[in-house]
Design a protein around this ligand. Sequence first.
Ligand code: SF4
Length: 340
Amino acid sequence: MPRFRYSSLVPSLVIQTSFLGDTILTTPLLATLAARGPVDAVVTPLGATILRGNPAVRELVVFDKRGADAGLRGVRRMASRLRAGGYTTAYMAQGSLRSAVLARAAHIARRVGFDTSAGRSLYTERVHYHREQHHAERLWRLAAGDDAPSPDADAIRPRLYPGADERAQVDALLAGFTGGPLVGLAPGSIWGTKRWPHFASLVAAIDGVRFAIIGSTEDSTVAETVASVAADRVLDVTGRLSLLASAELISRCAVLVANDSAPTHLASGVGTPTITLFGPTVPEFGFGPLAPRSETLGVDALPCRPCHPHGPRECPMGHFSCMRSLEASRVAARVRNLLA
Ligand code: SF4
């Protein structure tokens, strides 16, 4: 685990209260800033759980914007807390107007964010949002600047830090579960059309490996269906692990197969080769896997694709071919190739 030697003792602040994947992709920015001075991060309660143990972060400031800190009163209370922190610079990794108002109300003089963000009129410096770049690089450029040369892959690879508790939990789960390499499956997504419907067929198509199904309690129904294909070779841990423990389990896998959703970024954070399946979205949006030897798969010759920045709740065309036509045999071939 890296130790950071500060060249300045003036703390900077990163505000990142977006989705979990975005929070994970902010870790290269945090590491870059930590080489300059202490860094605190304003994050959601969920974001705090995934950044726990990150040596780049001095303090995690939890902003429960949809719960206890909702509304103007919550912003005022958080601004008052941040004022006491003496921050001179805020990096606006999440671009809402609320976050910009928060930084300004906290009297943070320098506010750096993207030139496309909703809160940009309140920023003092705007960095170009390069649509063609990976989001981890876009975030990294908030500190590195527009003119910085392209970073090497390692500089923008996210890092997660499961601890001893997570390792012990995963050791216990895997005890006695033997027989071939371990392949992680993450069949869930909060966006309905991002869920690839052929995970069960994938299990049936690959012999001689063990599978671990990772996800939340919302993914338990689909996990049961997948596990029923080969119960002796499939370990269903949906709803049983924290995010960091899930990252630890993914770190034990030879390969992870995931949708375009948070588990892809968990795998990037622990360096597990990942096959990410894209349906209504495409890797060019900037959210593909970053672990070495990772791959992306999708149905390329589909005129309706991509159709939505996140993935609509239901396919607007009705046929859902972007995911239905991505055959299990094609994914299985890529898994076998990575295992080889
Ligand atoms: S419109 Fe096309 S890309 Fe969008 S969900 Fe339907 S099949 Fe997929």
